[in-house]
Ligand binder design. Structure first.
Ligand code: MTE
Ligand code: MOS
Length: 781
């Protein structure tokens, strides 16, 4: 029997528009999250951090005795308690209990008590003497001080000096933009207990259970086999739970080990905001050359990211930024330097797109600014520079299916009625001196796979029980993105049974070991491949049994909808359950471990060259906004998105991912602003000061579609990853705002726009436009 990875059987659950497997539990409040599980345990202890009130300081002394005098306090965890390595980072640069405070809010010790409130009061009672040290709080200051961390990769192709010689138009600029808070609904949580044999069991809100397991093991001086990590589900992760949860899990595990009691920790919102990393802010300095036709000839840039106090994922995030600075455009000569600033702030980390959005923003900002200077409309400048088939990225990867981008683009221009609306907007703007509309279209090309080749593997465990019911387990975690729903559909399709016959058990490291983070949008590609592999093995054994019963060759046995029949004779069917029962009595193995590794990847991290991605995900978005000339306030009138998810495994889930990604991206680019005060204290510590998008910021007309007939031949059932790429569709919102702001002034000028493009930022942008036209109008006119 041969098993094609991407071909679909004529009948099967993949592609059905079904609801998220936990949708009912989510909306009725029955879905359990890590912290809900604690109340079921006896003798539970609660952990609370003591957070340092300095951005940078040496700890001179710590007196924990007063905490122990607080009623209910059981123990204070400090560095002296660590039996293994006092470090919670994969780069060994994150002491779990620090001697040197590296950011405002850094936890210096943890208190365990009978209640969270007692633990908090215990933490308040601890006396710490600090020696404040000078702190570096901005990228600019870090650059000036030369304070960098990690490697400084350079992406290079061709010869930029030659490119600039050939170029007809050369422009230079700078662009700096802020980070983004994940603001997952569920804050970081862990729950640990230890059994009679010394085995640690930790439930953690983690996107990377295996790495949580490894960090806990090395903090405690244990082997991985002595630690089990489980994640039932997360209330959102968005990259923020890829590496940040490990230290918290280690605290709970250490507490459980020392006290023999279960220990729970759950950050409150302010703790989560002030202690955990965010999207990396970036600063870029660039020089670009175009030929007379507006084709990009050369790009030279320096990207400096703000990594915060430790490295965690800053290096791979920067690598992904370098790999996406081309976005959808062919640039013959490229030289982009990357470096990571070390600042006294939270350790910035993965966030949906993982540096890709930051890289793409740089080139989209350049094109948006330069188009008027080249005498071209921005959408025309973009189209002219698209990759053609046969062309390769600056890191040497051929752009497979480049023509899909053209298809997406043209289909969307037509379906959104782009050209007609452009003229309507021109007429509207001519008639309204104090209100302007803007319309923009932007593309997305996003590479799918982990750059780090080894991560592109996954495992699964599929059990078929004697009654024909199916239980699946895989290495991916569920954070709301619908991975489990897709995996149930994949298993049902591969075994030819209805979706209701398949149950899914929680992700845990003692079922499927050595897993990769559920990240890089690759959860369904990797785990789906592994589940299908396990199901194919079981089906092959079952087919041999069925062939005997039905009197046909095993290759001619069909599995469909819980029935098994000889090819061409659906009337001669037998129940899947009956076949399973027979197979058991013939002593057939009814379960299997599945494995998948993405073929054909290689990546040279030092040279920034290779073919790190299995394929590219494509999309485009059209956005129309209306801006008020007196205040800069704006509305999104309409957004049209078209995204390529291959042949969707689960269309409702995928549409939800595209919508959610777009809104999250628009939030970052227009509203969300992290602010640190001069002491290095995060000033935006709650939802009252950190402005998140809500219903009122949604586009008034919102059309979201998936590209049709888009089979991806290298991926499970012809699908493509969806999790991160749609976030970058929101670049169209910012570009539409740029158009609208520019419309307040004369054409032919570069319109700058701050990011986030808050109403205030839009006001100052349109104000410069008005100044340029000489027709000065102020807000009090
Ligand atoms: N969708 C929801 N609802 N919640 C999340 O936390 N995380 C995003 C994306 N979509 C996220 C989400 C990120 S950062 C990634 S990498 C992918 O989902 C991870 O899941 P996948 O690999 O299964 O797509
Ligand atoms: Mo997503 S940023 O890769 O977890």
């Amino acid at each position: 029997m041969t098993h094609s990875l991407f071909e679909r059987p004529p009948v099967g659950a993949v592609g059905d528009a079904i609801a998220h497997e936990s949708a009912e539990l989510h909306v009725t409040g029955h879905a359990l999250y890590t912290d809900d599980l604690g109340v079921r345990l006896q003798n539970l202890l609660h952990a609370w951090p003591l957070q340092a009130p300095h951005a940078h300081a040496r700890i001179l002394s710590m007196n924990t005795a007063p905490a122990l005098a607080v009623p209910g306090v059981v123990r204070v965890l400090t560095k002296a308690d660590v039996p293994g390595v006092n470090d919670s980072g994969v780069k060994h640069d994150e002491p779990l209990f620090p001697d040197e405070v590296m950011f405002y809010g850094h936890a210096v010790c943890w208190v365990l008590a009978e209640s969270a409130d007692a633990a908090r009061r215990g933490a308040d009672a601890i006396e710490v003497e600090y020696e404040p040290l000078p702190a570096i709080l901005t990228v600019q200051d870090a650059i000036a001080a030369g304070r960098f961390q990690g490697s400084q990769p350079v992406l290079r192709r061709g010869d930029v000096a030659l490119g600039f010689e050939e170029a007809r138009h050369i422009f230079e600029g700078e662009f700096e933009f802020g980070g983004q808070e994940h603001f997952y609904l569920e804050t970081n949580a862990a729950l640990a207990h230890i059994d009679e044999s010394g085995q640690l069991f930790i439930q953690s809100s983690t996107q990377h259970p295996t790495e949580t397991q490894e960090i806990v093991a090395h903090v405690l001086g244990l082997t991985s086999s002595q630690v089990t990590v489980q994640c039932l589900r997360m209330g959102g992760g968005f990259g923020g739970k890829e590496m940040q949860p490990h230290g918290f899990a280690a605290i709970a595990a250490l507490g459980a080990t020392l006290t023999g009691r279960p220990v729970r920790m759950r950050l409150n919102r302010t703790q989560d905001l002030t202690m955990t990393g965010k999207r990396h802010p970036f600063h870029s300095k660039w020089k670009v050359g175009f030929d007379e036709g507006g084709r990009l000839v050369a790009l030279q840039a320096t990207l400096s990211s703000d990594g915060g106090w430790s490295l965690d994922l800053s290096e791979p995030v920067l690598a992904r930024a370098l790999c996406h600075i081309d976005n959808a455009y062919f640039i013959p000569h490229v030289e982009v330097q990357g470096r990571i600033c070390k600042t006294n702030k939270t350790s910035q980390t993965a966030f949906r797109g993982f540096g890709g959005p930051q890289g793409m923003l740089v080139i989209e900002d350049i094109l948006g600014r330069c188009a008027p200077l080249l005498g071209l409309e921005a959408h025309e400048l973009r189209r002219r520079n698209f990759y053609a088939s046969g062309e390769a990225t600056p890191y040497g990867q051929p752009v497979r299916h480049a023509e899909r981008l053209q298809t997406v683009w043209q289909t969307l221009l037509d379906s959104s009625d782009f050209v007609a609306r452009q003229s309507e907007i021109q007429a509207f703007n001519a008639a309204h001196p104090h209100t302007k509309r803007g319309l923009a279209i932007t593309p997305v090309k996003f590479g799918i796979s982990f750059n780090f080749t080894a991560y592109n593997q996954a495992g699964a465990l599929v059990h078929v029980y004697k009654d024909g019911s199916v239980l699946i387990n895989h290495g991916g975690t569920e954070m709301g993105q619908g991975l489990h729903t897709k995996m149930i559909q994949v298993a049902a399709t591969a075994l030819g049974v209805p979706v209701k016959c398949v149950r899914l058990a929680p992700t845990r490291t003692d079922k499927v070991p050595n897993t990769s983070a559920t990240a890089a949008s690759s959860g369904a590609d990797l785990n789906g491949g592994a589940i299908k592999n396990a199901c194919d093995q079981i089906k092959e054994r079952l087919a041999a049994v069925a062939a005997g019963t039905l009197g046909v060759h095993p290759n001619d046995v069909r599995f469909e909808n819980g029935k098994v029949y000889p090819l061409g004779h659906p009337d001669q069917d037998m129940d899947f359950a009956k076949l399973v029962h027979d197979a058991y009595h013939l002593r057939t193995q009814l379960w299997a471990a599945g494995f998948y590794r993405t073929p054909g990847l290689h990546w040279d991290r030092e040279a920034v060259q290779g073919e790190p991605f299995k394929y590219f995900s494509y999309g485009a978005a059209v956005c129309e906004v209306e801006v008020d000339g007196f205040t800069g306030a704006y509305r999104q009138l309409r957004a049209d998105l078209l995204h390529d998810v291959g042949d969707s495994l689960s269309p409702l889930i995928d549409i939800g991912q595209v919508e959610g990604g777009f809104v999250q991206g628009a939030g970052w680019m227009t509203l969300e602003e992290l602010h640190w005060d001069k002491f290095g204290r995060l000033a935006t510590q709650s939802a009252s000061t950190y402005k998140l998008p809500s219903f009122s910021e949604m586009p008034e007309v919102f059309n979201v579609a998936l590209l049709e007939q888009a089979t991806e031949s290298g991926v499970v059932y012809g699908s493509k990853a969806v999790g991160e790429p749609p976030l970058m569709l929101a670049i169209s919102v910012r570009e539409a705002l740029r158009q609208a702001a520019a419309a307040f002034g004369p054409g032919g000028r570069a319109q700058e726009l701050r990011l986030p493009a808050t109403p205030e930022a839009v006001y100052w942008a349109l104000d410069t436009a008005r100044q340029a036209s000489g027709a000065l109008v102020t807000a009090d006119d």
